[in-house]
Design a protein around this ligand. Structure first.
Ligand code: ZN
Length: 337
């Protein structure tokens, strides 16, 4: 299935003549579109809604994860045409335009490891400037939301590999806040099959907006990454429909979240690649959430051994190709709220 990019995505992909920012653009639907930067467009409903939510959608944080970009772009096109009546303030961030244009995950450094200040430690990477810019854009957006209003951030991704649970969410570490069961019910409505409750701060975009701007923020992994135009968008219907309902205020009454609706996991520890001697003893194509048998040696790094315990642990995001010092995988275990 091929879609023709809307004027929004064209703007991001072509990086054409420099447009001064902010640049306002009235859509046929009465919605005001405001380009804040080459990768950032804010949409304001035709009728201001004091009770409305403030919704940040980000996609293309990893440049080769195209399906979410196509989903978001088709939503933007339908808002522009008036087909989808926007009821809430919306900011769309196309995370890493240079990497999107090249079809690469990143150019110099993984953008989704550079938030919450980490960009300062990698100032020479092109992604460091992007991380700082995305933080500023998110801060500006949420700073204009009244204190009591609902702030939402869904950071849309696809994974490099297959997964036992094709669609899953990562709930950033909340420090002192409780997990929000309304959000967990909404994730089920999106077709999310499992949720990882992160157990410590991270340098991801969703942790940044969750911690610094008190947003209900999630990283959503929605399937496998494929090049532009090769995505089977029918596999993304759940998130597409749920986002459209959210933006147009037409979400049906959802059943309350019940423990056991879908599996919850907690990050137990990270597999850190300390040196080039790091060896991961899993097949290169191993799926996310593959169960690790008790006693299985997951990885070795010189004298350090990572051994599975108990038989209920699972592997997430195994990637032995990362640079030394970085996370080469997460070992997770079943969790309850
Ligand atoms: Zn990603």
């Amino acid at each position: 299935m091929t879609i023709s990019p809307s004027r929004f995505l064209q703007q991001v992909l072509q990086a054409t003549a420099p447009v001064s920012h902010p640049h306002d653009w009235h859509l046929a639907s009465g919605v005001l579109a405001r380009w804040h930067a080459d990768n950032a467009v804010e949409l304001l409903p035709a009728l201001a809604n004091q009770e409305g939510s403030h919704i940040l959608l980000s996609c293309g944080i990893h440049g080769n994860e195209t399906a979410p970009i196509e989903v978001v772009d088709s939503i933007l096109a339908d808002i522009a045409s008036g087909h989808l009546p926007l009821q809430h303030r919306l900011l769309v961030l196309f995370g890493n335009p240079a990497a999107i244009r090249q079809g690469e995950r990143y150019l110099d450094y993984d953008l989704n490891r550079l938030f919450a200040g980490a960009h300062r430690q990698h100032a020479d990477a092109r992604e460091a400037k992007r991380a700082a810019q995305l933080e500023q854009l998110a801060e500006l957006f949420f700073s204009r939301a009244p204190a009591a209003s609902t702030r939402l951030h869904y950071d849309l991704h696809t994974a490099i590999r297959g997964s036992v649970y094709e669609k899953f969410a990562i709930y950033p570490f909340l420090q002192h806040r409780a997990h929000d069961t309304t959000q967990l019910a909404w994730l089920r409505h999106c077709g999310i099959e499992a949720v990882l409750l992160h157990s410590k701060p991270a340098n991801t975009f969703s942790y940044y907006t969750s911690y610094y701007h008190q947003a209900h923020a999630f990283t959503l992994e929605l399937g496998k990454a494929r090049p532009f135009g090769q995505n089977d968008l029918s596999r993304f219907t759940g998130i597409d429909q749920a986002l459209r309902q959210l933006l147009s205020d037409t979400t049906p009454q959802l059943a309350a979240y019940q423990p056991g609706d879908y599996p919850l996991f907690r990050a137990k520890y990270d597999l850190i690649k300390h040196s080039e001697a790091f060896r991961l003893h899993l097949d290169a194509n191993v799926e996310n959430f593959t169960t690790l048998p008790n006693g299985f040696v997951i990885a070795e790094d010189g004298t350090q051994r990572y051994v599975a315990e108990g038989g209920k642990e699972r592997i997430l995001f195994p990637n032995p190709g990362v640079k030394p010092g970085l996370r080469a995988g997460i070992v997770v275990e079943p969790a309850t709220l």
